[in-house]
Design a protein around this ligand. Sequence first.
Ligand code: AMP
Length: 191
Amino acid sequence: MSRLVLLGPPGAGKGTQAKLLSERLGVPAISTGDIFRANVARGTELGRTAQRYMDAGEYVPDAVTNAMVRDRLAQPDAAEGFILDGYPRTTDQVRELDEMLAGSGAKLDRVLEITADPEELVRRLTRRAGIEGRSDDTEDVVRTRQQVYLEQTAPLVSTYAERGLLRSVDGLGEVPAVTARLLDALASDAG
Ligand code: AMP
């Protein structure tokens, strides 16, 4: 039960929860956003490509993102499991992830959706901008990211529901309460 995807709108708490679940479950949390930001900070070619999309609140092109995830999942620490935070985000990425896993004879165990009220998320993210200084947490860019999520990523919820993999969890409340809900959702067999 350790190949997991976290889905949810920007600000729902995927990053925080992925790290906590990673400690609990002993598998790496893999955040595509963190990998892109690390590349921007190091000034790599990948970082330069990604930055203009990230600053605009748009998705980095699938070909770039898929190749990066393929490399990361091939690392030995991901062989027994992983928590994907922020990937897949498009139907093309879903298809690619299916292929990557099929190639190593593995399959996803669960997709956990963290839900939250959009207006609360705008408040959370603009507050985070003051703390973490992320350039894509300004109100305008946050609203673009929400719109992109609705158009490109929200449809993945039903894709994974149809496969019987989806569990949805309320993301409002204290961090430990949300972690407990996620662990409950992992333990439950019935949808
Ligand atoms: P995040 O930290 O998950 O909010 O991601 C920050 C930004 O990185 C996003 O707004 C996108 O520009 C880019 N990004 C992260 N993950 C993906 C992905 N799976 N596909 C495309 N772009 C991504």
